[in-house]
Ligand binder design. Sequence first.
Ligand code: GRF
Length: 212
Amino acid sequence: MTKARILVLISGGGSNLQTLIDASHTTDCAYEIVHVISNRPEAYGLTRAEQAHIPARCLDHKAFKDRSLFDAALAQMIDEVSPDLIVYAGFMRIMGAEFVSRYEGRMINIHPSLLPNFPGLHTHARALEAGVTIHGCTVHWVTAGVDEGAIIGQAAVPILPGDTPDDLAARVLVQEHRLYPACVQAVASGRAKLVDGRTVLDGKPGGLALLG
Ligand code: GRF
């Protein structure tokens, strides 16, 4: 089985990257992580990649005068590796439309809310503020609209009375670590595809759902 070659983009601690690395060592895994790039030199995820003997580099966005120059430099780095799939794992940079359209249909992200609710930042505090009782995380295709791409999979968690944003973040992160390897495997194996702006799983419109 030819494994899909995956490039992972990170900005921080890399706990999602670590779950993808661990899952890549399982027998029927359909992907291999061939490269990791961070836009922050201090990202601990770079250390996780080095410990897993995966080539890793930093392209510090602060070194670029404007966003389009950073986007172009990152695209050049990615094209040198020419991955089958680009995976955002805590990559906190909003990329321009030209960059996104270049990789549309082979670039995915994980977001800590049940989209379309609470796109953007501070999702846990906003969920508590809104008084919803079910929360979770979403894996979606990256499109020009931030956190707007078609959904590939979701995992739900309860919000318990008295929860703080930190309680929620910890409970959701556990589900992220289940959902992301499952979704990356589905895309890498060809089960999940982006077709006319919608996710198709095993030939039918729809995606993965993890409950509890
Ligand atoms: C995760 O909660 C992810 O949903 C969000 O950023 C956080 C990154 O965590 N985009 P990590 O760097 O993978 O530990």
